[in-house]
Design a protein around this ligand. Structure first.
Ligand SMILES: [Zn+2]
Length: 492
């Protein structure tokens, strides 16, 4: 038995202009085909696990590159084609193989390629032929249609958001692929279009936890091999956008179709209560000015780098200053140039500074302030809720009218209170804590704050989809249309 493994992905926000070029992949996760030597991260985990499983069975393993770029704008055509062709060349060099395992993202868009994963896997299929089995693991924030199903044998998506099951799903995929290659099972995949866009956390406080448990409960019995809900990635204007339910049966296409429809309709019925709720910025600022006691947390969700945004807008911190909210803190704002200015001036200096607002039209305007530099440090790292620390580059902290503002030279979100605490900022005395992130910070700040708001500021990861210029997404789709499947009046 000979298998081929590779990892290649990013999440492309087609509204963002900061591009994912080759340097962004190299600066993200990059491994030259020796995944056993990679640090244990969510990006390395699945391929490492496949390698270990295969070695334990005495199989021969060929590896190509493993690389993930942090979410950004559309991938440049040159970058995508160069990395894709590297993987395809490596595959040609080790063919024939019995099995291909690919850890992709599912929401990579490149210049000229709306669905990079379908393009890549179709080319893989051409090289390996129809007999070789192809298995793919995807993030649940993916775009998918029948094109990818037609060229793959098994697709398994993450089930959790925030994502904590990379490795469990990798093991599911490996187990199913092993049985497929041996002829024990005959997977048949079917996709149901839920005609829905949104962000759907699977954490215990929402209905998605029960939905996830029902999927797991149904797997491995009555002819169903695997179930996945692709939530979709809402900040991409692509024709295959939206949530889709995938069912894989053992040799029974009609069963896969019926089960995909059953679970897809069930998800559709809970979509409104499952979707993360957002607060308009003026309402959130109003609530923050009136808060007493523990700090209130405001998440600037529209400029979060995890959704491909640049991370340099100043709309929320400007609102803090305009409303006279203090003491407060806000971060991060991505601004390497302003940080260099701060290093030239030194801690304790006061100066007029222009920060943020540089990357794209929705980033602006920048914030012009008179501030004191209170903290400077090169080469900083951020805790990440038990996972590998995140490199955030150089850090400068500015104090302006009672607001501590954190600048970083690397694009990042706030993943932990340590982002502030390790840079000389106290939190329990603040009236308001402002962070750039969508949802991932929620649990780690829960004990520190009295209330958390997910705030719809301007930006390219804007949760108010009506503010974004969608031209290509399939219509009808919720929330643009109220009930595209015409099921809201029905009982299940
Ligand atoms: Zn995701």
């Amino acid at each position: 038995m000979k298998i081929f493994i590779s990892s290649f992905g990013t999440e492309s926000n087609t509204f963002a202009t900061y591009p994912a070029g080759i340097a962004v992949f190299e600066g993200g996760f990059w491994n030259e085909g020796d995944i056993a030597a990679a640090p244990v991260t969510p990006w390395a985990g699945p391929a490492r696990l496949w390698l270990e499983n295969a070695k334990a069975r005495g199989w021969e393993v060929c590896e190509s590159i493993h690389t993930f770029a942090p979410p950004a704008g559309t991938v440049s055509r040159f970058t995508y084609e160069q990395l894709r062709d590297r993987i395809l060349d490596d595959l040609r060099n080790c063919a024939p193989v019995d099995m291909v395992l690919l850890y992709l993202h599912g929401a990579m868009v490149a210049d000229g390629y709306e669905d990079c994963e379908a393009d890549l896997v179709a080319r893989v299929r051409k090289i390996v032929g129809e007999e070789t089995k192809i298995g793919i693991e995807l993030d649940l924030h993916a775009h998918i249609d029948q094109t990818l199903l037609d060229v793959a044998d098994i697709i398994v998506f993450f089930k959790t958001y925030p994502h904590i099951d990379h490795n469990e799903r990798a093991q599911d995929l490996f187990d199913l692929m092993e049985k497929t290659v041996s002829g024990e099972i005959h997977p048949e995949m079917c996709l149901f279009d839920c005609k829905t866009m949104g962000i759907f956390p699977t954490t215990p406080e929402g209905p998605m936890k029960a939905f996830m448990a029902e999927m797991v409960e149904a797997e491995g019995k009555d002819g169903i091999l695997s179930l996945s809900l692709n939530h979709g990635f809402p900040w991409a204007d692509v024709s295959i956008a939206g949530a889709k339910m995938l069912a894989i049966s053992d040799g029974d296409p009609a069963l896969a179709s019926a089960v995909a429809q059953k679970f897809g309709r069930h998800f559709y019925r809970i979509r409104k209560v499952a979707a993360l709720e957002f607060t308009p910025m003026d309402e959130a600022i109003e609530a923050a000015t009136k808060s007493v006691g523990k700090p209130v947390l405001l998440a600037d969700v529209s400029d979060q780098t995890g959704g491909g945004a640049p991370g340099d807008t100043c709309h929320m911190v400007r609102a803090f200053l305009d409303a006279g909210i203090r003491p407060a803190t806000f971060g991060p704002i991505w601004d390497p140039a302003a940080i260099e200015t701060c290093f030239q001036m030194g801690v304790g200096a006061r100066s007029f500074l222009r920060i943020g607002g540089k990357s794209e039209p929705q980033s602006g305007p920048p914030l012009d302030i008179e501030a004191e530099i209170t903290f400077l440090k090169r080469d900083c790292w951020q805790e990440n809720d038990g996972m590998a620390e995140v490199f955030i580059g150089d850090v400068a902290v500015l104090k302006c009218q009672g607001v501590d503002i954190v600048l970083t030279s690397n694009r990042t979100n706030v993943y932990s209170p340590g982002f502030f605490l390790s840079h000389g900022i106290t939190l329990d005395d603040k009236q308001v804590i402002g962070v750039k992130n969508l949802y991932k910070h929620t649990d780690v700040f829960a004990d520190l704050v009295s209330k958390q708001y997910y705030v719809a500021t301007p930006g390219v990861s804007q949760p108010d989809f009506s503010q974004l210029d969608f031209k290509n997404i399939p219509r009808p789709i919720w929330p643009f249309e109220a009930d595209p499947l015409n099921l809201d009046g029905d009982s299940e």
